[in-house]
Design a protein around this ligand. Structure first.
Ligand SMILES: *[C@@H]1O[C@H](CO)[C@@H](O)[C@H](O)[C@H]1NC(C)=O
Ligand SMILES: *[C@@H]1O[C@H](CO)[C@@H](O)[C@H](O)[C@H]1NC(C)=O
Length: 808
């Protein structure tokens, strides 16, 4: 649940004490001296965000993704709907840079609006959107409709007229003029820093130099030494360049040689300003063009050196991703601020020790402690934190699945840690004439104290490149000790009071959703009282079914919940009477509570869970909320709300992780406090979630809640699967592959009561393996089983004999 979402560098070189505790292995190069890193990494634990994201929907983005907005007429909630009045000057921030964005009618309130709500605010100067004649925005995006210009492609006229407009209105007001596309993300602060280092009084034409694609060489009317600035990543003109070129825009437009807008701008600049695009190699890092991902880049991880160092990112085809990028950079900023805070705490602490005075009200702040692996002293055995071992997989003795792939949260955290380490190591790389690149983690350890933070010990393989003096490239191996300090948990006030006043963020989100998704779900459903359709196929198992119905009566029928039960009954070979008895039982409930809310469906043929569920589901309308359930599940009423609130038509399905009980025979040995035994046998309380009574069934996907329409849209169950098992995994897989979100969480109101599992050897092999696995998992708790094995001579003897045989 703890997402590693923020980190920052904090270096405190430690003396050698710690490093001596671990064998330091190295090979290759000896003279570099960064053997031990000690980092304090931080962690803003915004639990609130997580909660909001799951329950309150739109609000989750409102404070994160949508910064305070600079709407043209002030920042009130309504301002957003007032169209931008042309000619009305935006609040002037500075006179440094003006960015002209080329857009088109259809993109103004999508890409343009997203840009306007995200990075545009970071520009120290002005940003304007240029579009065809008659263009306007419904949401206050500052649009300049260029007279006589349409949205046809190539946008040569638009581009030239935009430059002319910027020249005619602002040539004396700004030092730099940027031409950008509408699918770009610009970091205003980095842009300013970059441009401040260049003399704007000289003619400059800055961008990524291009000479045309292979097949176009020789057709662009360029000489071998001539180039142009490629349009996508952006072009930057100094005032002098624009001053020289703009008066000749008409000439340039009348003498086009190609259909490429950027090539022609380049030609015009060369002809009238006498310069061409900078050849500087660095430009491809500064104006970053992502060629890798085919459609719409920056969809995957943003944690890369390129994204970190770039001034602009291009192309971001999906408008919502601008918010994602903005969010990412803002969270990085928060982390940096936390890091500063941490340093200040430590400084205060150090000073107080130094002067031998402690303020009586001084905060006993755990963050003020210097990083050390011995920061937190365990008082007894139980408090000793254990380490997990990481190689390619991760190994932990306390996890259900002791050897497993790295979870996304952990591999993300490790990526962050590595990024931080490498940034630190390379801080003075230029002066030292060397760079050090990360190659891989050979192995590592991690432990977490939820109250304080996470520790890592990483064995890193790095590549050391020296490019001054005697050049060389050598692999080196080093240990990094990394400490990540957790800050206080932060709760958003909005959650505490749940104040549903429409925030501007929510409003914007709504608008963006509309153009992203097309149609919103029906607005009038009250999710808190929506009807839940229980769908349950059944074959035999009469006793268990009686228990199920009793439970159903308690939570749904007696309480008057909005629920419908659809039971699909199959004939059972082993319990011949079961079908009739089940029908009788259901009729009893129908008589008592009215027939409408309970439906009995008789199915033909042999039992197939998938087919049974399909049959039950087919009785419901497309907009019905289905809950696919098994007869073994014992529920509480609170789960009903989770079923309702964790599903959303066309966008989210709920796959709860249920608690699965162990065999009472093993649990109830030795007068276990977890059992209550009566004349009819021993029982475990379904709500007793202890390590001894059961486990969370992480790999069970059978219990699920979803809308009928979503089930249909992914193709429903695979009807060719017979009997029990695998059909649920198949459906889950289909959701993974679809664009519907799976919400998966433990549900503390659903327990899978123990029943003996009978694995029919006639099952298909994959199903049989699953069945045997499930059966083995429910024998009992692992500590109990291992103890049994150790204490049972016959088992141990056999094992030894076996091992001896193998050895000899
Ligand atoms: C910038 O360029 C102008 C024109 O070439 C020159 O006069 C001025 O001294 C330069 N400024 C700096 C700081 O180099
Ligand atoms: C999901 O995909 C379906 C088609 O597979 C499409 O009609 C629908 O608009 C998509 N929904 C979203 C939210 O992208």
């Amino acid at each position: 649940m703890f997402e590693f979402y923020c980190i920052i560098p904090a270096s405190r070189p430690m003396n050698g004490k710690l490093s001596s505790t671990m064998a330091r292995r190295k090979y290759g190069f000896k003279t570099i001296n960064f053997a031990v890193f000690f980092f304090g990494l931080l962690f803003g634990l915004l639990t609130g965000n997580w909660i909001k994201g799951t329950i309150l929907g739109p609000y989750s983005i409102s404070e994160c993704g949508f910064p305070e907005m600079d709407s043209p007429s002030g920042a009130s909630g309504e301002a957003i709907d007032i169209p931008y009045e042309q000619g009305k000057p935006q609040e002037k921030k500075d006179t440094f840079v003006i960015v002209g964005i080329m857009t088109a009618k259809k993109f103004i309130d999508t890409r343009g609006l997203s840009a306007f709500r995200t990075w545009v605010n970071s520009i120290n100067g002005k940003v304007m959107f240029f579009s065809s004649e008659g263009s306007k925005s419904g949401y206050g995006v500052p649009v300049v409709p260029l007279p006589g210009v349409d949205d046809s492609y190539p946008p040569q006229k638009k581009s030239f007229m935009m430059l002319k407009y910027m020249h005619d209105h602002f040539i004396d007001n700004y030092e730099w003029f940027v031409r950008a596309d509408d699918d770009v993300f610009i970091k205003g602060d980095k842009l300013e820093k970059f441009l401040r280092s260049i003399n704007s009084s000289k003619p400059q034409f800055i961008g990524q130099a291009g000479v045309g694609k292979q097949e176009e060489l020789g057709r662009l009317s360029l000489l071998a030494t001539e180039n142009f600035c490629m349009g996508g990543p952006g072009m930057i003109f100094s005032r002098e360049t624009l001053r020289r070129m703009a008066p000749h825009v008409g000439d340039c437009l009348a003498n086009l040689y190609t259909t490429h807008e950027d090539v022609e701008i380049g030609r015009c600049v060369r002809k009238y300003a006498g310069i061409q695009c900078t050849w500087a190699y660095e430009m491809q890092h500064i104006l970053y063009q992502n060629y890798k991902e085919d459609q719409g880049s920056f969809k995957k991880t943003l944690k890369s050196k390129e994204v970190e160092n770039a001034v602009s990112l291009h192309p971001v085809k999906e408008p919502l991703y601008l918010f994602r990028i903005q969010n990412y950079f803002q969270s990085t900023k928060i982390v940096h601020l936390h890091q500063k805070e941490l340093h200040l705490y430590r400084e205060i602490n150090m000073m107080e020790e130094f002067i031998g005075y402690r303020h009586p009200n001084a905060l006993q702040n755990k963050l003020a402690l210097m990083p050390s692996l011995n920061k937190y002293k365990p008082q007894n055995d139980d408090e000793v934190l254990s380490w997990e071992f990481i190689t390619k997989p991760i190994f932990s003795h306390f996890h259900n699945n002791p050897k497993r792939g790295l979870e996304a949260s952990l591999s993300g955290a490790i990526d962050d840690v590595i990024n931080q380490i490498m940034q630190l190591v390379n801080k003075n790389a230029r002066q030292r004439g060397r760079t050090i690149d990360f190659k891989e983690i050979l192995y590592g350890y991690r432990r977490i104290n939820p109250l304080y933070g996470a520790d890592y010990i990483l064995d890193l393989l790095l590549i050391y490149r020296k490019h001054k003096g005697r050049k060389m490239t050598v692999p080196v191996r080093r240990h990094a000790y990394v400490q990540q300090s957790f800050f206080q948990t932060e709760f958003e006030e909005e959650i505490a009071t749940f104040n549903p006043k429409p925030s501007m963020g929510a409003h914007v989100l709504h608008i963006i959703r509309q153009f992203a998704v097309g149609a919103e779900t029906k607005p009038n459903i009250d999710k808190r009282t929506e009807t839940i359709h229980f769908v349950m196929p059944l074959s035999g198992r009469l006793k268990i079914f009686e228990r199920f119905m009793k439970n159903y009566e308690e939570i749904c029928l007696l309480t008057g919940e909005n629920a419908q039960l659809h039971v699909v009954l199959y004939k059972s070979e082993r319990e011949e009477q079961a079908l009739e008895e089940s029908i009788k039982l259901l009729q009893k409930y129908q008589n008592k509570y009215g027939g409408n809310s309970i439906e009995i469906i008789q199915a033909n043929g042999v039992f197939s869970r998938g087919r049974g569920l399909e049959l039950g589901a087919s009785r419901c309308s497309k907009d019905a909320l289905l809950f696919l359930v098994d007869v073994d599940i014992v529920m509480t009423r609170s789960s009903l709300n989770r079923i309702r609130l964790n599903t959303k038509q066309r966008s989210q399905v709920y796959f709860p992780i249920v608690f699965s009980q162990y065999d009472p025979v093993t649990v109830c040995l030795n007068h276990s406090p977890h059992c209550s035994c009566q004349h009819d046998g021993c029982h475990i309380d379904p709500l007793d979630f202890s390590q001894d009574t059961g486990y969370w069934r992480q790999f069970g996907f059978g219990i699920a809640a979803m809308y009928r329409s979503d089930m249909l849209s992914v193709g429903g169950f695979d009807l060719s699967i017979q009997g029990w098992g695998k059909e649920d995994v198949d459906l889950y897989q289909k959701y993974i592959e679809s664009n519907i979100t799976i919400f998966r969480s433990v549900d503390p109101g659903m327990t899978h009561a123990f029943h003996e599992i009978f694995c029919d050897t006639k099952l298909e092999p994959a199903q049989l393996v699953m069945c045997i696995g499930s059966r083995a998992q429910s024998y009992g708790a692992i500590p109990y089983l291992s103890k049994t094995v150790y204490e049972t001579d016959s088992i141990m003897k056999r094992h030894e004999k076996h091992t001896l045989n193998v050895d000899s």
